[in-house]
Every structure is written in structure tokens, then in C-alpha cells.
Design a protein around this ligand. Structure first.
Ligand SMILES: C[S@@+](CC[C@H](N)C(=O)[O-])C[C@H]1O[C@@H](n2cnc3c(N)ncnc32)[C@H](O)[C@@H]1O
Length: 219
């Protein structure tokens, strides 16, 4: 169990929005999945910085990172209204948008997070990434992604973490990792770190990739 005291404090802000056990399980799973592998692995980059999270979900890890690393999530994007309602209570200073199309400003930041997001862009992933990069300037990009061994596997949590605006129900249109890494490197994002999460596996199951933008400065 991750920092239960922290999660109970979070719950006190959202108790009319979600049942306690449901929040505890979901939030715990998210912090377990991302804290060490993504945040602590990139601590040198994240401490005392600003970020935007595309696919922010409830923003639990972001709230934890604000406390532990003084990482401020100034902006978040997620099309799931229920998630954004919870997020808006946990991260009261974060500006939230439903989709990148709603972003009506140029956002200058230090880091862009995209954790488990690429499958929900389907085969339009290049267009979605280009839209994001047209509106957001950052020095680092942290992505969690994998090539799915069974692309016909259905999304299992479609009403929540696998919610998407394209009506996708499985991974059949999901870009493979090599194509995404290649595309990013062609667009001046240099891959600087990979956290291979399952070193015993021959697949790239759920790795974390950190990219740095050529010539870009932190804020
Ligand atoms: C696998 S979850 C991400 C996990 C989350 N960051 C965490 O802390 O555990 C993917 C998220 O992306 C969101 N999403 C789906 N399509 C999106 C889009 N076009 N733009 C932004 N977010 C999107 C989903 O609603 C979901 O909350």
C-alpha cells in the first residue's frame, strides 16, 4: 500500500464524487505503477519543475509529486469528465482541458507527461502528437508505452482509464513503440533514458521513455 495517509487526505477532498474503496484501489494502483518507475526514475529532471500531463486521469501521482518533488502540474488534459471532476479537486491550481483541441494558448513548460496515452490516439497518433507539439513547448517528454503482443486484446477499463474519444475498444490500432520513438526522434526529441520495467521479458512491456528536445531550455 502506497502512502495511505496521503490517499486518505486526497479522499477528503472528493468524497462526494467516488466511493472510498474504489478511489483507494485505483489511486494505489496508479501510484504503484508510476511513482518509482516514472517519477523517481526521472527525479533529476522533475524536482522543482513545471509540467503538463496529457491523459492526467485523477491527477493522483501529480498531487503526490507536488508534495514530494515540488513538481507543479500547471496544466492537465483528459476527455473523461468524471476523472477531470476528481482531478480539479485534487489539483486546485491546475488548468484543465478536455482535449488538446480545447487548448487556446501556447503552453511553455519543462516536461510533458504521456503515460499510457498513445493507444487512445489509435492510428491517428501522429496527428495527435503533432497537435500537442504545436501548442506545447517543453524540454522533456516522458512517455510510458509498449508494443502490444496481442493487439486484438480489448481495453479492460474502458469507462475509466481507457476512456477515449475515438470510440476505440482494443489495441488493434495502437502504434508500436519503435515507430513512436522513431517519429519523436525525427521531430528533435532525443531519447535519453529508458526504464525497462520487465528486464526478464523479451517484449518492451510498459517501458518508460524520457526524451529531451534539442535546443530547448527549461523555464
Ligand atoms: C492509462 S490512463 C493514464 C494514467 C494516468 N496518467 C495515471 O496517473 O495513472 C490514460 C488516460 O488518457 C486519457 N485520454 C484518452 N484519450 C485522450 C486524449 N485524446 N487526450 C488526453 N487524454 C486522453 C484517458 O481518459 C485516461 O485517463
Amino acid at each position: 500500500m502506497t502512502d495511505k495517509k496521503f490517499l486518505v487526505k486526497c479522499y477528503s477532498k472528493i468524497k462526494n464524487l467516488i466511493k472510498f474503496n474504489e478511489f483507494l484501489n485505483d489511486a494505489n494502483e496508479s501510484i504503484d505503477r508510476h511513482w518509482e518507475t516514472t517519477y523517481m526514475f526521472n527525479k533529476d529532471i522533475l524536482e522543482n519543475k513545471k509540467c503538463i500531463d496529457v491523459g492526467i486521469w485523477y491527477g493522483v501521482c501529480n498531487a503526490y509529486a507536488l508534495e514530494k518533488l515540488n513538481l507543479q502540474t500547471t496544466h492537465g488534459i483528459d476527455p473523461n469528465k468524471d476523472s477531470l471532476d476528481i482531478c480539479s479537486k485534487l489539483l486546485t491550481d491546475t488548468k484543465l482541458y478536455s482535449t488538446i483541441d480545447d487548448v487556446n494558448e501556447t503552453i511553455d513548460t519543462d516536461i510533458i507527461f504521456m503515460l499510457g496515452l498513445i493507444p487512445f490516439f489509435g492510428d491517428k497518433w501522429k496527428e495527435h502528437l503533432n497537435n500537442i507539439f504545436q501548442k506545447i513547448n517543453a524540454k522533456y517528454l516522458i512517455m510510458r508505452h509498449q508494443t502490444y503482443t496481442d493487439p486484438t486484446a480489448k481495453f479492460t477499463n474502458i469507462d475509466k482509464k481507457e476512456y477515449n474519444i475515438l470510440g476505440l475498444t482494443d489495441y488493434s490500432q495502437t502504434a508500436n513503440v519503435d515507430d513512436v520513438v522513431w517519429f519523436l526522434q525525427e521531430n528533435q526529441w532525443r531519447l535519453i533514458k529508458t526504464n525497462k520495467l520487465n528486464p526478464n521479458s523479451n517484449t518492451d512491456s510498459g517501458n518508460v521513455y524520457t526524451f529531451e528536445k534539442y535546443g530547448q531550455k527549461t523555464l
